[in-house]
Design a protein around this ligand. Sequence first.
Ligand code: ATP
Ligand code: MG
Length: 230
Amino acid sequence: KLASIRGDVTFDRLVFEYEKGRPALRGISLDVKAGQTIALVGHTGSGKSTIMNLLCRFYDPNEGAILIDGTDIRNVSIESLRSQVGIVLQDTFIFSGSIRENIRFGRLDATNDEIVKAATAVDAHDFIMSLPDGYDTEVEERGNSLSMGQRQLLSFARALLADPRVLILDEATASIDTETELKIQEALKKLLAGRTSFIVAHRLSTIRNADRIVVLDHGVIVEQGTHEEL
Ligand code: ATP
Ligand code: MG
């Protein structure tokens, strides 16, 4: 069990193949200190999502290991891992239900105050209050009645409320207007503060603000460093 973790994450010589003989990861080693933000970049198919799939234990590696605070994540219950490792996917998952239920997803014990606080922190409160029934407004499956930016902010509020020590974020590629972009940048800063984060990054602003940029190619790390170094 991971009781109260710091959030140091080590990838130790990871090798993984979805299909025999076609390795998606070919020896990934990476040491990340608690609280750091890592931007993962690389061509399509280079292995970015695969690394994140392994960190969530959607799959286990063929060789090597992932350690959190020195503990192999295979020796941790899935439940405990899920509570410490949060994921915000690119197609920000919105289900049919109220805005409140959507934010509370994964933290069913959250109070209204906590929900409003999380929404306010990521600057989603005002748009939510402008909806017909505020936090009780029903949204459709996939959140079609909301804009891309609004969906993104909702997913940030949800992640902030869940408060995982390690956060994985597959950044949306969709282009949004400059004002929303700025909002999202600010919200992202708050969301990342104090946690270890891995971002499959598409925005230049995200890449610039990362503590380290890791460049993948065909399942190996070909370069890493800060934005200035690369
Ligand atoms: P993108 O930028 O397009 O999201 P990525 O860097 O996230 O790309 P991955 O999804 O990690 O790339 O894919 C790495 C390799 O593994 C690719 O060759 C891909 O075809 C393969 N792959 C990914 N998911 C699966 C799967 N579920 N089954 C089989 N092969 C897969
Ligand atoms: Mg991917």
